[in-house]
Design a protein around this ligand. Sequence first.
Ligand SMILES: [Zn+2]
Length: 311
Amino acid sequence: MRNKIACISLNLDSIGHAIGKSPLENDPTFNIVFDRIEKILDRYNIKLSVFVIGKDLENDKNLKKVSSWSSRGHEIGNHTYSHALNFSSLSYKEIHNEIKKTDELILKATNKKPTGFIAPGWNSSNKVLLALKDLGYKYDHSLFSSPILFLGLFKLFYNFIKVLIVEKKQPKTYTIFEIFQRRDYLHMFFGKSKPFKTSNSYFFTSKEKDALRVYPIPSKFKLAYWLTMDFVLPKKISDLIFKINIKRKNFFYILIHPADFISEEDLRHIEGTHSFERISVDLDYKLNVFEDRIKQLLENNFIFKTFDQLT
Ligand SMILES: [Zn+2]
């Protein structure tokens, strides 16, 4: 019997954003990446949840793309307006504004109010939960309950240094200080790993009717899985982490990023993209790994839904 549920969350971290030129005309994340992912998902009749950066929707072409994805049954969620890496350190007003601006742009694109959110780099706090609740959101999946996040932070740190050496200047979209400016260090060690409802805290649950649902990054024994792991860790280790995570679990989601679906060729004509992560990994290999993960979930009796359908 199929009673286990899986979702796919695409955090649409655009090329335009990465090189500090959002919204970028002909951004490959809007023009190439989504179609590649959808082509695979169509084989299994799966819809996904896409979380967009608001600033990217200040471009008509991008807005139209998002509108067409939504009309084909995919969910469009909120990934803030400017993707500030120190998101949780902003004031309540700034956080509220970042979410609201994107909310309005998504509504303009899709005619639907978004119901879900994820913070940039999972950098979230109780203030973010409060703003989401005030703006009528139903769920958040910014909680990263695993110290593996440090791996991601050190990768960012490494990128920063790399850009500094290659371009002799800082990356345009973040500072070295922001990488570690977080309010969630305790979450990594003591955060919940199963979905729960809350009204104002990542630690305390709530039975209130309008409580927010929180979907933490899938993790077991504090070992979290998202698709990037397959391209940065030895395959045997990421396979093991994936397996222990889907075993006997009723809910799972795969978090994916555009870099998992882009090749060097796609970026050849775009300036400032030479220091990108996982671009050198063969594209066909990356697409196959993703499709294998889908197959494994189906074989393990998961059915796919968008987050919005669950909440
Ligand atoms: Zn992001």
